[in-house]
Design a protein around this ligand. Sequence first.
Ligand code: GLA
Length: 694
Amino acid sequence: MAILNYNNRIFYLNTRSATYALSLETETVRHLYWGRKIIRPEDFAGKAELTPHGFHSELDQTWEEFSGSGCLRYKETPLKLRFADGTRDTRWKVTGCDCNEDILEIVLQDEVYPLAVSLFYRVYDEEDIIERWVEIKNTGLEDIAFDRLFSAQFTIPGVSHDLLGFSGKWNGEFQLNNEKLGSGKTVYDSCRGITGHGSQPVFVIHDHASEEAGSVYYGALAYSGNFKVILEPTEYDFINILMGINDYDFGWLLSGGSSFVAPKVYFGYSEKGFSGMSHTLHRFSRGHFMSNLTKSAVLPVLYNSWEATEFDVNCRQQMELADLAASLGVEYFVMDDGWHGLRDSESRGLGDWDVNQERFPNGLMELIDHVHSLGMGFGIWVEPEMVNKDSELYRTHPDWVYQYGKRDILEARKQCVLNLTKPEVAGFILRFMDELLTKYPIQYIKWDMNRPVSEGISGCGHEQSFWHIHTLRLYDIWSRLRELHPDVYFESCASGGGRVDFGMLPLCEQYWPSDNTDAVDRLSIQHGYSYFYPIQYMRAWVTDCACPSNVRDVPLSFRLHSAMCGALGIGSNLKHLSENENKLIADNIRQYKAMRKIIQMGKVYRLKDHTKDGFHAVQYVHGSKSVLFAFLVKGRYKRNRFMVRLSGLEESELYEYKIQNQLFFRSGSYLVHKGIEIFLEGDYDSVILEFRIK
Ligand code: GLA
């Protein structure tokens, strides 16, 4: 049974290896326990002993699943609101619950005011994940104004835990940092209108966990707009965790009879360290979010023209690149920015989605037919939420962008954000995208978003809701397009990894984790990315040295190996490659195709992180096969032997593998416990080893 229940009061939400327990009290839903599976709900039957004292707030001591706000409560709470008469606290009564096999709904109501909250929990027992969401209803007639509407609250006993964070920036996403919680609140968020590059809408709390061992508590918010995570060590020896839509410049007016559903949260508990967490999340994503395009099929090797041609695109040159790409074994050809309107730089053409006639005098079909005749799928870049001032769209609809009253519009990358809260703007995006995909046989869309939102709307009375409405509209447009064009792959890009989150997972087949294509930087970006998000979604291109993000000479084989750790793409200027380089790329693409199922669909094991000592190793296991990538970023002191213990292998099986053409046979137990020696020398050396059960 996924949900155990004692007297309709104590509930155990049980997954394969964990229990999440709560109890319904008269005035709140009390959190009881989260951790390794326990079996007997009545063990929690007694009342909690709290210390009453004038300055000890009982409410602050209570572990709550969804605190009311205000009252004698001083910790962070998920709601901030104002009833019509100015009252700004809530006092809950638990008024009902409904439980079936795997869903629990608990209803709380304010004791006086017309506010009802339903807490929902859905247990995916086999997958070790619980999904939770909250619906807030105004059951009266007058408006209720919200300044905060978070999705979830968690309690973890003890205050001195570690937080594994994913901080970053443009060109440097998903950087791991581990810090001790203990004094003061830790807050991270985004207020840019997208998830952003700076942090992730997730939490990972642990006590000295490693990749393979240790308890890890984690949660992910399925949301792609402004988010906030608060971790608050309380004076009562527990951490109060909250996550949801950022309350920065947030406002929501809930009119009488209406309701609000906050974004969902997926959470779990691993006793097998970080890799246990990642494997659970990756498996869950495959089972619940991935489309038919990725659920059971590997992603194609693609070519993307951006770093080769930037805005300087034309039909002949793209056809030539397509010829070269096809000859290397590439399966999809994606033309990036510069094909539409008068788009010859970042300054103009965004918003005008007609094909540039000068660059494509015979129309787009000439290129598409050519790409298809080479046996490749065709993909194209778009940035639908944006407009340049220098565009027909802006000249025709200057009122379609976000702008405050009399102020000048702020531009970033010379572009403005379209006001998606206007139905006609959302309709325009849906229409032009649908027309593009209907008129042309396009199999792949790279959807970009290259600037943060900076100003909203004014003068309409509930301005601060635009952030959330923007995100909801975006979800609507993507969902509708995917219904209309279910065979098209979608890639989510926002100047690299600015919109990578669980909200986008069901809406795309892949992420562009970073604009940084430097093969060394990418290793750590990919490393951090893989904690929450599936490898199959992780697009990685091989680009030329001196790529725009970093200038250093990294051998082509290292660049190939680094990109082969994800869904391989090529982004080099193929016209400049030597015969040897072409051969190396073609050989590696062939090798990648033979092993990509293991990489894209297997379990990933992060064995070594080069940011520590220059040596990096990552391994993938799928069924009886495994692939190990090892990289020496910086050779030091003549060290050229590196010991690697493998993971995830069947210990009782015999594996075969080759090192420098010499065949070896070793048991899984030997490879896992003793490990193998890898020889790498100098800077930027790398190797791929393949293992299979004999
Ligand atoms: C962003 C993307 C790049 C490329 C350019 C095009 O920077 O992240 O990959 O598509 O836009 O303008």
